[in-house]
Write a protein that binds this ligand. Structure first.
Ligand code: ATP
Ligand code: MG
Length: 694
């Protein structure tokens, strides 16, 4: 078949373990690769494409590799090039591919393209009447986007949103009415929004056989990375691209599902083996990214949340490193300064700033960290913060591309050369300019792999579709600052996690058990980005507006810090999480500050505060909670371990609330594993029955 690839197939199997080799060479389709963070899923996906090309099993010009951000798509393309694929494999986001296909269809059929709506919130605000006007437009946008991602029409919204536990800004019915008005007005004005790109492409593939046939011919071999974050609309589109063929390979990790709030459905990954009984599922159990210490703490986090969603936890293959640290700082300024100091301390001779990243839960946390980096003279880059398309040199280059009568690919070739020529200059701004233009050239190459023939206008529209979720960043030497969400799929030797506090981790608006579970997974994603060192910090006070608000350490750190303590004591943290006791030892750990201790707080989550009770607990349950705490205190003294190693406050509160009467019921409580139940179950059950009886 393909004559384009002269790479030795066996060479593509070098540096892979047995399961990875199997995943690369398996002749079965569809193929599902299910594995934890850092197990080589993305590596296997790219090797499989290259291997199939090298063995003549596919023509790389007919491959479509789908990911969720342009950055990830660019990385896939770069990895494929380094594997010897000279032909351009099309790698893109669902949106960019769908939009390019639609534009081709419209052009071929002389259909005037609808206009792209770029300011959705403004459009919604224009539709609001009466009391609706006191609600920010963006809150409605979130609901509309969720509904469209789930393929839920306005009339079905109230039931679907209720069932999913959505919390719309006004009543379900009134929100549905705004959604209906939005769709109505959008259609009348012939506008499409980003989700419509997927919806219309899906619809046209189903209704236009010629269009479907040409697209299925163009992209005969489908690959999807990060499949756990696919939403039903994207999935429907993928199915339309697939048609009745089975040539599909997906990789994903249910424990990293972090977009359910936005309509993604991790069940699409979980149910894959049932939907394709003739397909094959391969699991990868070795971790190649993180030190055993970082991995063990991250695994304990999942086990603590009873969230492990594949066969067992992973084994580390990297050399030992330090135990992750947890540091408490008095306020956000002190925290930012401490991170800058720690970053500088780790920047020895020969080390690169780009070895380090600072990850935060919300964009709003970034400015204070940027300031601290500036004062410390540390070069930094905020991923996603400076829209590439707003950069003057990028605007000018796009203008030139539009004006030139030369073929688009020639113009891009010239632009690439000009970037190299500019390389002579050493000033910061020149380096930034060069990096921006280089990013534009890379994107043009990605675009040309998808749309044929390419055009300047097509490129501009593709850019609009593709740079919405993430902005490309220049590849300069700088420490990266970014959100947990933006860090998905990436890795750095040293990672700083800032603001690990209630209100951020989990985020304040996560009120349902599902939302909390997703926040825990998000923390897992963040913690598994680190290769050899992970430093968590949190601030006891943070200023919002004019007011300094006391803050509480993240409840997720209960399990996490406990695991770090166990690691320092040489004990398997997973066993501790399930009730094994750590040996007593002098308190020298760098996680010391993370132990529960009295503090003033405005915590909203179910964390215990001395003298008070968790908000989730009714007054009637306070006596039982007190009794459980007394039991725990005695138990921890007799075993000579910290109290939270026996049971954390959150678990005790849940026991007091649920009042289990049997060991099996006790097992359903968050934080109670089998070992813990077998060890303490009888004692806990008798505390419950004695307290209730009295
Ligand atoms: P995530 O879930 O975070 O996206 P992933 O499963 O996609 O992670 P990769 O990014 O493919 O993992 O791999 C993690 C790291 O481990 C990468 O640096 C990769 O090059 C390396 N790696 C993967 N497999 C091996 C191996 N067999 N030998 C050496 N290094 C490997
Ligand atoms: Mg990956």
């Amino acid at each position: 078949m393909s004559t384009v690839c002269r790479v030795d197939p066996d060479a593509l199997l070098d540096g892979l373990n047995t399961a990875q080799r199997l995943a690369v060479t398996s002749p079965t389709s569809p193929l599902c690769i299910l594995a934890g963070a850092g197990s080589g899923k993305t590596r296997v996906l790219t090797r499989r494409i290259a291997y199939r090309a090298a063995t003549g099993d596919l023509d790389p010009r007919h491959v479509l590799a789908l990911t969720f951000t342009r950055k990830a798509a660019g990385e896939l393309t770069a990895r494929l090039r380094s594997l010897g694929l000279r032909e351009q494999v099309a790698a893109g986001t669902f949106h960019s591919v769908a939009y390019a296909q639609l534009r081709t269809r419209w052009a071929e059929r002389n259909i005037t393209p609808p206009q792209l709506m770029t300011r959705k919130a403004g459009f919604v605000i224009g539709l609001l009447t009466g009391a609706e006007k006191s609600t920010p437009g963006i809150d409605f946008v979130a609901e509309i986007e969720w509904a469209k991602a789930r393929m839920v029409e306005p009339e079905a919204y109230p039931d679907a949103a209720k069932a999913a536990g959505r919390k719309p800004p006004i009543s379900y019915e009134a929100t549905a009415a705004v959604y209906a008005r939005y769709e109505d007005q959008r259609r009348q004005k012939r506008l499409i929004d980003f989700d419509d790109m997927l919806r219309v492409c899906h619809r046209d593939l189903l209704s236009d056989d010629g269009f479907a046939a040409s697209q299925r011919w163009r992209f005969a071999h489908l690959f999807v990375d990060e499949f756990q974050d696919v939403n039903p609309l994207q999935h429907a589109l993928l199915e339309a691209w697939r048609g009745d063929r089975n040539d599909l390979c997906i990789v994903g990790d249910p424990n990293q599902a972090i977009y359910s709030w936005n309509g993604a459905d991790p069940d699409l990954l979980r149910t894959f083996p049932h939907r394709f009984p003739t397909g094959e599922t391969i699991r990868l159990l070795d971790n190649y990214r993180s030190s055993p210490q970082i991995l063990a703490a991250a695994n304990a986090l999942l086990v603590g949340g009873r969230g492990v969603d594949h066969d067992g936890t992973q084994s580390a293959t990297r050399p030992d490193g330090g135990v992750p640290s947890v540091r408490e700082l008095p306020d956000e300024r002190a925290e930012a300064a401490a991170i800058a100091r720690a970053a500088r301390d780790r920047h020895g001779p020969g080390a690169r700033w780009s070895n380090q990243a600072v990850l935060v839960r919300t964009n709003a946390q970034l400015p204070i960290i940027e300031e601290a980096m500036k004062s410390a003279g540390i070069p930094f880059r905020v991923r996603g913060a400076t829209p590439l398309l707003d950069q003057p040199e990028v605007k000018a280059a796009l203008g030139d591309l539009r004006r030139t009568p030369r073929p688009f690919s020639d113009a891009i070739h010239d632009l690439a050369l000009s970037v190299v020529v500019d390389d002579e200059s050493e000033s910061d701004r020149a380096a930034e300019r060069r990096a921006n233009l280089d990013a534009l050239v890379q994107m043009a190459r990605d675009y040309m792999a998808i749309e044929s023939p390419p055009s300047a206008n097509g490129f501009f529209l593709w850019l609009t579709a593709t740079t919405r979720a993430d902005q490309p960043d220049p590849n300069g030497e700088a420490i990266e600052l970014l959100t947990f969400h933006a860090a998905k799929g990436l890795e750095w030797p040293i990672v700083h996690l800032a603001g690990i506090e209630q209100g951020y981790v989990p985020i304040g608006h996560a009120k349902t058990p599902g939302a909390w579970a997703e926040e825990r997974r998000l923390f897992y994603v963040a913690a598994t980005r680190a290769e050899r060192e992970l430093l968590c910090t949190w601030a006891k006070s943070r200023t919002f507006g004019e007011r300094a608000i006391p803050r509480d350490r993240s409840e997720f750190l209960d399990t996490y810090a406990q695991a770090c303590e166990a690691l320092e004591a040489g004990v398997d943290p997973i066993a501790v999480g399930n009730g094994a006791t750590a040996p007593s030892r002098p308190s020298t750990t760098n996680t010391r500050s993370s132990k529960p201790k009295p503090k003033s707080s405005n915590a909203k989550g179910p964390r215990q505060r001395p003298g008070k009770y968790p908000d989730s607990l009714e007054a009637a349950d306070h006596p039982l909670f007190d009794a459980l705490r007394s039991w725990r205190s005695e138990r921890s003294k007799s075993a000579d371990v910290p109290a939270f190693v026996v049971c954390n406050d959150h678990t005790l509160a849940e026991i007091a609330r649920l009042k289990p009467t049997t060991p099996v019921e006790l097992l359903t409580v968050n934080g109670m594993g089998e070992i813990k139940v077998s060890k303490f179950g009888d004692e806990i059950l008798s505390v419950i029955s004695e307290t209730i009886d009295s």
